[in-house]
Design a protein around this ligand. Structure first.
Ligand SMILES: *[C@@H]1O[C@H](CO)[C@@H](O)[C@H](O)[C@H]1NC(C)=O
Ligand SMILES: *[C@@H]1O[C@H](CO)[C@@H](O)[C@H](O)[C@H]1NC(C)=O
Ligand SMILES: [Zn+2]
Length: 338
Protein backbone atom coordinates (compact mmCIF):
# COMPACT_ATOMS: atom_id res chain seq x y z
CA UNK A 1 0.00 0.00 0.00
CA UNK A 2 1.24 3.47 -0.76
CA UNK A 3 0.78 6.33 1.60
CA UNK A 4 -1.89 8.78 0.75
CA UNK A 5 -0.34 12.22 0.54
CA UNK A 6 -2.80 15.00 1.15
CA UNK A 7 -2.25 18.68 0.37
CA UNK A 8 -4.34 21.16 2.32
CA UNK A 9 -4.95 24.79 1.62
CA UNK A 10 -2.88 24.55 -1.47
CA UNK A 11 -0.59 22.03 0.18
CA UNK A 12 -1.03 18.25 0.26
CA UNK A 13 -2.06 15.33 2.41
CA UNK A 14 -0.70 11.87 1.85
CA UNK A 15 -2.91 9.55 3.84
CA UNK A 16 -1.44 6.10 3.85
CA UNK A 17 -4.66 4.89 5.36
CA UNK A 18 -6.98 5.12 8.31
CA UNK A 19 -5.98 6.64 11.54
CA UNK A 20 -2.73 5.90 13.22
CA UNK A 21 -3.02 3.94 16.41
CA UNK A 22 -0.58 2.19 18.60
CA UNK A 23 3.05 1.33 18.09
CA UNK A 24 3.94 -0.72 15.08
CA UNK A 25 0.77 0.47 13.46
CA UNK A 26 0.24 3.47 11.25
CA UNK A 27 1.56 6.88 12.00
CA UNK A 28 0.62 10.39 10.98
CA UNK A 29 3.04 13.18 10.13
CA UNK A 30 1.57 16.70 9.93
CA UNK A 31 3.87 19.11 8.12
CA UNK A 32 3.38 22.87 8.27
CA UNK A 33 5.04 25.35 5.92
CA UNK A 34 4.52 28.67 7.65
CA UNK A 35 2.71 31.27 5.53
CA UNK A 36 2.61 29.14 2.38
CA UNK A 37 0.12 30.95 0.15
CA UNK A 38 -2.01 28.58 -1.92
CA UNK A 39 -0.91 30.21 -5.18
CA UNK A 40 2.74 29.46 -4.45
CA UNK A 41 1.87 26.04 -5.84
CA UNK A 42 0.97 27.51 -9.21
CA UNK A 43 4.33 29.14 -9.86
CA UNK A 44 6.05 26.20 -11.50
CA UNK A 45 8.44 25.90 -8.54
CA UNK A 46 7.02 22.83 -6.84
CA UNK A 47 7.36 19.70 -8.98
CA UNK A 48 7.41 17.42 -5.94
CA UNK A 49 4.31 18.88 -4.29
CA UNK A 50 2.55 18.98 -7.64
CA UNK A 51 3.40 15.31 -8.19
CA UNK A 52 2.02 14.38 -4.78
CA UNK A 53 -1.28 15.92 -5.66
CA UNK A 54 -1.65 13.44 -8.46
CA UNK A 55 -1.04 10.39 -6.30
CA UNK A 56 -2.46 11.73 -3.04
CA UNK A 57 -5.36 14.04 -2.58
CA UNK A 58 -5.77 17.72 -2.18
CA UNK A 59 -8.24 19.94 -0.40
CA UNK A 60 -9.54 22.82 -2.47
CA UNK A 61 -8.69 25.27 0.26
CA UNK A 62 -8.11 25.66 3.92
CA UNK A 63 -9.76 28.50 5.76
CA UNK A 64 -7.37 30.05 8.28
CA UNK A 65 -8.68 31.46 11.52
CA UNK A 66 -8.31 35.12 12.35
CA UNK A 67 -5.96 36.72 13.21
CA UNK A 68 -3.80 35.33 10.42
CA UNK A 69 -0.89 34.84 12.76
CA UNK A 70 1.34 31.86 13.25
CA UNK A 71 0.62 31.01 16.87
CA UNK A 72 -3.19 31.36 16.81
CA UNK A 73 -3.52 29.35 13.58
CA UNK A 74 -1.15 26.59 14.56
CA UNK A 75 -2.95 26.21 17.85
CA UNK A 76 -6.30 26.06 16.07
CA UNK A 77 -4.93 23.29 13.87
CA UNK A 78 -3.64 21.52 16.99
CA UNK A 79 -6.80 21.91 19.07
CA UNK A 80 -9.71 22.35 16.65
CA UNK A 81 -10.70 25.53 18.51
CA UNK A 82 -10.99 29.15 17.48
CA UNK A 83 -8.46 31.50 19.11
CA UNK A 84 -10.93 32.98 21.58
CA UNK A 85 -11.45 29.45 22.88
CA UNK A 86 -7.89 28.12 22.90
CA UNK A 87 -6.63 31.44 24.23
CA UNK A 88 -3.65 32.00 21.92
CA UNK A 89 -5.09 35.24 20.61
CA UNK A 90 -1.99 36.59 18.98
CA UNK A 91 1.74 36.06 18.88
CA UNK A 92 1.66 38.30 21.95
CA UNK A 93 -1.22 39.24 24.23
CA UNK A 94 -1.68 41.65 27.07
CA UNK A 95 -2.52 40.61 30.60
CA UNK A 96 -4.57 43.55 31.83
CA UNK A 97 -4.74 42.45 35.43
CA UNK A 98 -0.98 42.25 35.80
CA UNK A 99 -0.12 44.90 33.27
CA UNK A 100 2.28 42.74 31.30
CA UNK A 101 2.78 41.54 27.80
CA UNK A 102 2.77 37.78 27.38
CA UNK A 103 4.87 36.58 24.47
CA UNK A 104 5.72 33.07 23.32
CA UNK A 105 5.99 30.85 26.37
CA UNK A 106 4.04 28.43 28.53
CA UNK A 107 1.81 31.22 29.85
CA UNK A 108 0.53 32.08 26.40
CA UNK A 109 -0.46 28.45 25.98
CA UNK A 110 -1.71 27.63 29.46
CA UNK A 111 -5.46 27.61 29.20
CA UNK A 112 -7.21 25.02 31.33
CA UNK A 113 -9.18 22.46 29.37
CA UNK A 114 -7.37 23.18 26.10
CA UNK A 115 -5.41 20.14 24.99
CA UNK A 116 -3.54 19.84 21.71
CA UNK A 117 -3.75 16.71 19.60
CA UNK A 118 -0.22 15.56 20.42
CA UNK A 119 -1.09 15.52 24.12
CA UNK A 120 -4.43 13.76 23.57
CA UNK A 121 -2.58 11.16 21.52
CA UNK A 122 -0.22 10.40 24.39
CA UNK A 123 -3.01 10.44 26.95
CA UNK A 124 -4.86 7.81 24.93
CA UNK A 125 -2.17 5.32 26.00
CA UNK A 126 -1.70 1.98 24.27
CA UNK A 127 1.87 2.81 23.32
CA UNK A 128 1.07 6.06 21.55
CA UNK A 129 3.88 8.56 21.45
CA UNK A 130 3.95 12.02 19.96
CA UNK A 131 6.86 13.93 18.52
CA UNK A 132 6.73 17.70 18.05
CA UNK A 133 9.38 19.30 15.87
CA UNK A 134 9.21 23.07 16.48
CA UNK A 135 5.44 23.24 16.12
CA UNK A 136 4.43 26.39 18.03
CA UNK A 137 3.36 25.49 21.56
CA UNK A 138 4.76 21.99 21.24
CA UNK A 139 7.41 22.13 23.92
CA UNK A 140 5.07 22.98 26.79
CA UNK A 141 3.20 20.53 28.95
CA UNK A 142 -0.59 20.27 28.88
CA UNK A 143 -2.39 18.40 31.67
CA UNK A 144 1.09 17.74 32.98
CA UNK A 145 1.95 15.73 29.86
CA UNK A 146 4.89 16.42 27.56
CA UNK A 147 5.29 14.75 24.18
CA UNK A 148 7.78 11.89 24.31
CA UNK A 149 9.83 13.61 21.57
CA UNK A 150 10.16 17.34 21.19
CA UNK A 151 12.44 19.93 19.69
CA UNK A 152 11.69 23.56 20.59
CA UNK A 153 11.89 26.28 17.96
CA UNK A 154 15.51 26.73 16.97
CA UNK A 155 16.48 28.09 13.58
CA UNK A 156 19.96 26.64 13.99
CA UNK A 157 18.49 23.19 13.39
CA UNK A 158 18.67 22.64 9.63
CA UNK A 159 15.71 21.32 7.69
CA UNK A 160 17.22 18.00 6.70
CA UNK A 161 18.27 17.47 10.27
CA UNK A 162 14.64 18.06 11.36
CA UNK A 163 13.49 15.40 8.93
CA UNK A 164 16.21 12.98 10.04
CA UNK A 165 15.17 13.51 13.66
CA UNK A 166 11.46 12.94 13.12
CA UNK A 167 12.13 9.83 11.06
CA UNK A 168 14.23 8.67 14.02
CA UNK A 169 11.19 9.23 16.26
CA UNK A 170 9.01 7.15 13.93
CA UNK A 171 11.40 4.21 14.04
CA UNK A 172 12.45 4.53 17.67
CA UNK A 173 13.12 0.99 18.93
CA UNK A 174 11.15 1.19 22.19
CA UNK A 175 8.78 4.17 21.90
CA UNK A 176 8.12 4.87 18.20
CA UNK A 177 6.05 7.98 17.55
CA UNK A 178 2.67 7.48 15.92
CA UNK A 179 2.04 11.22 15.60
CA UNK A 180 4.59 13.80 14.48
CA UNK A 181 4.08 17.54 14.02
CA UNK A 182 6.81 18.98 11.79
CA UNK A 183 7.21 22.74 11.36
CA UNK A 184 9.14 24.86 8.85
CA UNK A 185 9.40 28.63 9.34
CA UNK A 186 9.42 29.44 5.62
CA UNK A 187 8.22 30.97 3.37
CA UNK A 188 6.69 33.20 6.06
CA UNK A 189 9.99 34.47 7.37
CA UNK A 190 11.38 35.64 4.03
CA UNK A 191 8.01 36.95 2.86
CA UNK A 192 7.82 39.24 5.91
CA UNK A 193 11.21 40.66 5.05
CA UNK A 194 11.06 40.73 1.24
CA UNK A 195 7.42 40.31 0.20
CA UNK A 196 5.57 37.32 -1.25
CA UNK A 197 6.72 37.98 -4.84
CA UNK A 198 10.42 38.27 -4.03
CA UNK A 199 13.26 36.09 -5.34
CA UNK A 200 13.98 35.13 -1.71
CA UNK A 201 10.51 33.64 -1.37
CA UNK A 202 10.85 31.90 -4.74
CA UNK A 203 14.02 30.29 -3.52
CA UNK A 204 12.42 29.10 -0.30
CA UNK A 205 9.38 27.68 -2.07
CA UNK A 206 11.83 25.56 -4.05
CA UNK A 207 13.68 24.65 -0.92
CA UNK A 208 10.43 23.49 0.68
CA UNK A 209 9.62 21.44 -2.38
CA UNK A 210 13.03 19.85 -2.02
CA UNK A 211 12.58 19.08 1.66
CA UNK A 212 9.32 17.37 0.74
CA UNK A 213 11.26 15.13 -1.64
CA UNK A 214 13.79 14.50 1.10
CA UNK A 215 11.07 13.51 3.58
CA UNK A 216 9.67 11.04 1.06
CA UNK A 217 13.08 9.59 0.39
CA UNK A 218 13.72 9.15 4.10
CA UNK A 219 10.35 7.50 4.70
CA UNK A 220 11.00 5.16 1.79
CA UNK A 221 14.51 4.35 3.00
CA UNK A 222 13.07 3.30 6.36
CA UNK A 223 10.26 1.26 4.82
CA UNK A 224 7.73 3.64 6.26
CA UNK A 225 5.79 4.40 3.10
CA UNK A 226 3.13 1.83 3.89
CA UNK A 227 2.48 2.94 7.39
CA UNK A 228 2.91 6.71 7.49
CA UNK A 229 0.28 9.19 6.39
CA UNK A 230 1.47 12.70 5.64
CA UNK A 231 -0.65 15.83 5.82
CA UNK A 232 0.95 19.01 4.51
CA UNK A 233 -0.67 22.28 5.34
CA UNK A 234 -0.07 25.91 6.12
CA UNK A 235 -1.34 28.32 8.73
CA UNK A 236 -2.16 31.41 6.64
CA UNK A 237 -1.23 33.26 3.47
CA UNK A 238 0.66 36.49 2.90
CA UNK A 239 -0.20 39.76 1.18
CA UNK A 240 2.12 42.43 -0.15
CA UNK A 241 1.83 45.98 1.18
CA UNK A 242 3.18 49.16 -0.33
CA UNK A 243 4.41 52.24 1.49
CA UNK A 244 1.60 54.25 -0.10
CA UNK A 245 -0.90 52.15 1.77
CA UNK A 246 0.58 52.31 5.21
CA UNK A 247 -1.15 54.21 7.97
CA UNK A 248 1.52 55.10 10.45
CA UNK A 249 -0.23 54.69 13.76
CA UNK A 250 2.50 56.52 15.62
CA UNK A 251 1.59 59.63 13.64
CA UNK A 252 -1.77 59.59 15.41
CA UNK A 253 -1.37 57.83 18.70
CA UNK A 254 1.24 58.59 21.30
CA UNK A 255 3.31 55.61 22.29
CA UNK A 256 3.51 57.04 25.81
CA UNK A 257 -0.27 56.91 26.16
CA UNK A 258 -0.87 53.43 24.75
CA UNK A 259 0.63 50.04 24.96
CA UNK A 260 0.91 48.54 21.52
CA UNK A 261 0.84 44.78 21.59
CA UNK A 262 1.59 42.50 18.66
CA UNK A 263 1.41 43.68 15.09
CA UNK A 264 0.60 42.60 11.55
CA UNK A 265 -2.19 42.09 10.78
CA UNK A 266 -3.68 43.09 14.12
CA UNK A 267 -2.26 45.58 16.56
CA UNK A 268 -3.81 45.79 19.98
CA UNK A 269 -3.90 49.24 21.59
CA UNK A 270 -4.33 49.54 25.33
CA UNK A 271 -4.51 52.93 27.04
CA UNK A 272 -1.97 53.17 29.85
CA UNK A 273 -3.37 53.52 33.36
CA UNK A 274 -2.72 57.24 33.61
CA UNK A 275 -3.86 57.82 30.09
CA UNK A 276 -4.41 61.44 29.20
CA UNK A 277 -8.05 61.89 28.05
CA UNK A 278 -6.85 63.70 24.96
CA UNK A 279 -5.09 60.50 23.91
CA UNK A 280 -8.50 58.91 23.50
CA UNK A 281 -9.41 61.73 21.16
CA UNK A 282 -6.32 60.76 19.16
CA UNK A 283 -7.69 57.27 18.80
CA UNK A 284 -10.97 58.70 17.51
CA UNK A 285 -8.97 60.65 14.98
CA UNK A 286 -7.16 57.48 13.98
CA UNK A 287 -10.49 55.70 13.62
CA UNK A 288 -11.64 58.41 11.28
CA UNK A 289 -8.47 58.26 9.18
CA UNK A 290 -8.77 54.51 8.92
CA UNK A 291 -12.38 54.77 7.88
CA UNK A 292 -11.57 57.35 5.21
CA UNK A 293 -8.53 55.59 3.80
CA UNK A 294 -10.31 52.27 3.74
CA UNK A 295 -12.89 53.85 1.47
CA UNK A 296 -10.21 55.37 -0.73
CA UNK A 297 -8.35 52.09 -0.97
CA UNK A 298 -11.48 50.21 -1.82
CA UNK A 299 -9.69 46.86 -2.10
CA UNK A 300 -7.75 47.23 1.09
CA UNK A 301 -8.97 45.92 4.39
CA UNK A 302 -7.88 48.06 7.28
CA UNK A 303 -10.37 47.73 10.05
CA UNK A 304 -10.58 48.99 13.56
CA UNK A 305 -12.47 46.97 16.09
CA UNK A 306 -13.43 47.80 19.58
CA UNK A 307 -12.47 44.85 21.64
CA UNK A 308 -15.83 43.14 21.87
CA UNK A 309 -16.97 43.74 18.33
CA UNK A 310 -14.49 41.48 16.69
CA UNK A 311 -15.79 38.17 17.93
CA UNK A 312 -19.39 39.26 17.66
CA UNK A 313 -18.84 39.85 13.97
CA UNK A 314 -17.16 36.54 13.36
CA UNK A 315 -18.26 33.71 15.58
CA UNK A 316 -19.18 33.18 19.13
CA UNK A 317 -17.49 30.40 21.02
CA UNK A 318 -19.80 28.00 22.76
CA UNK A 319 -18.61 28.88 26.22
CA UNK A 320 -15.88 30.92 27.70
CA UNK A 321 -14.82 32.35 30.99
CA UNK A 322 -13.89 35.93 30.65
CA UNK A 323 -13.26 38.97 32.66
CA UNK A 324 -16.64 40.12 31.33
CA UNK A 325 -18.57 37.02 32.40
CA UNK A 326 -21.91 38.33 31.20
CA UNK A 327 -20.58 38.66 27.67
CA UNK A 328 -19.62 35.02 27.43
CA UNK A 329 -16.73 35.91 25.16
CA UNK A 330 -13.15 36.80 25.78
CA UNK A 331 -12.49 40.28 24.51
CA UNK A 332 -9.75 40.76 22.02
CA UNK A 333 -6.30 40.74 23.47
CA UNK A 334 -7.34 40.16 27.03
CA UNK A 335 -6.05 37.38 29.15
CA UNK A 336 -6.95 36.46 32.64
CA UNK A 337 -4.15 36.26 35.11
CA UNK A 338 -3.42 32.76 36.26
C1 LIG B 1 16.21 21.85 -5.19
O1 LIG B 1 16.65 20.63 -5.71
C2 LIG B 1 17.13 20.72 -7.04
C3 LIG B 1 17.36 19.29 -7.54
O2 LIG B 1 18.18 18.61 -6.64
C4 LIG B 1 18.38 21.58 -7.08
O3 LIG B 1 18.86 21.70 -8.39
C5 LIG B 1 18.02 22.95 -6.53
O4 LIG B 1 19.20 23.74 -6.43
C6 LIG B 1 17.36 22.85 -5.18
N1 LIG B 1 16.87 24.17 -4.82
C7 LIG B 1 16.98 24.68 -3.61
C8 LIG B 1 16.46 26.07 -3.45
O5 LIG B 1 17.44 24.09 -2.67
C1 LIG C 1 6.16 56.21 11.55
O1 LIG C 1 6.25 57.35 12.37
C2 LIG C 1 7.32 57.29 13.31
C3 LIG C 1 7.21 58.53 14.21
O2 LIG C 1 6.51 59.55 13.61
C4 LIG C 1 8.64 57.25 12.55
O3 LIG C 1 9.71 57.18 13.47
C5 LIG C 1 8.64 56.04 11.64
O4 LIG C 1 9.81 56.00 10.87
C6 LIG C 1 7.43 56.05 10.73
N1 LIG C 1 7.38 54.82 9.97
C7 LIG C 1 7.15 54.80 8.64
C8 LIG C 1 7.11 53.44 8.01
O5 LIG C 1 6.96 55.80 7.99
ZN1 LIG D 1 2.55 31.78 10.19
Amino acid sequence: MRPLWVVLGGLCVALAHPAATARGDRALVVVSFDGFRPDYLGRGLTPVLDGLRAEGSRAAYMHNVFPTKTFPNHHSIATGLYPESHGVLGNSVYDVARDRRIGYGPQLYSNPGVTPIWTLNQMAGGGRHSGVMMWPGGEFSYNGVLPTFRQPYDLQVGWESRVDTVVGWLVHPSTPANLVMLYFEEPDRRAHAFGPDSPEVRYHIQKLDNITRYLRQKLAAHNLMDRVNVVQLSDHGMEAVTLARIINITDFVSTSQFKMIDTSPVIQLFPVKACNPSALVDVCRLTEVIRRRTQEWSSCGVLLWKKLEYFEKTHKPATFTTIFPHQNIRPWGYRQSN
